[in-house]
Design a protein around this ligand. Structure first.
Ligand code: SF4
Length: 230
């Protein structure tokens, strides 16, 4: 399948069209700045967005949602402020590691990332402790406008149930499915991932609610799925 093929006959594109028609735009990512999106990508690991928002609001209320201010902050105090997001000591360590990378390599200047090729940037992010492919690609796509499709457990479940990928598979194989079937379009990648999360939460749950689902009439099987790591 050509990378440029976007016909509605293409199953990956067809799923997008149906989801967008049903759910409409999801308005992701709910962050006001690139840095806020990067911080949110770490805070959202293993928790829901409502908890992340509380942690983000704490940082905002203290004027800390800015690279240099957060870099100067003591790790224990950071952990206390992001406590609502859960795993706060671990996440404080991960945020510190992200900031250490940003300041050591780029003097804390997000604009300096603009000239770094996407794959190099991805490898650098993946080398930071606690940043796996889902978090790295969320940062690349939603904070840095790089066309990397973000996949997650919802994506894995939906694609496997519709026979579009054969278990066992890993993160890269699942991501490659989207990269092969879709043009490298930031807006499309942004919206599609958000729509799959919506579908996974509302219908394609561990016990699927196929009745009324926008993909109900697309052949599917409820079988064991592959999994992907954050
Ligand atoms: S709920 Fe059923 S129809 Fe909907 S995506 Fe999941 S398996 Fe497909």
């Amino acid at each position: 399948m050509s990378r440029q093929q976007t016909s509605s006959q293409d199953p990956i594109r067809c799923i997008f069209d149906r989801l967008f028609k049903r759910f409409g735009p999801q308005h992701w990512w709910p962050g006001q700045t690139r840095f806020e999106v990067m911080v949110g990508a770490i805070l959202t690991q293993n928790t829901n967005w409502a908890n992340v928002e509380k942690a983000i609001n704490n940082l905002k209320a203290h004027g800390l949602l800015e690279p240099r201010a957060l870099y100067k902050l003591d790790k224990d105090r950071l952990a206390m402020l992001i406590r609502p997001a859960g795993y706060y000591n671990i996440k404080a360590g991960r945020l510190r590691a992200l900031l250490e990378w940003l300041f050591t390599r780029y003097k804390g200047d997000l604009d300096a990332l603009a000239n770094v090729p996407t794959e190099s940037l991805r490898q650098q992010l993946l080398s930071i402790s606690g940043i796996g492919p889902e978090t790295a690609d969320s940062i690349l796509l939603y904070a840095l406008d790089r066309p990397k499709f973000v996949v997650d457990a919802y994506t894995a479940r939906i694609m496997a149930r519709h026979g579009l990928i054969e278990p066992p598979f890993d993160y890269d194989q699942l991501q490659d499915l989207f990269h092969r079937h879709l043009p490298a379009d930031l807006g499309l990648y942004n919206e599609y991932h958000a729509l799959l999360v919506r579908l996974g939460k509302q219908y394609c749950r561990p016990s699927p609610r196929c009745q009324g689902c926008p993909l109900e009439d697309i052949p599917h099987v409820i079988e064991p799925q592959g999994s992907v790591d954050q």
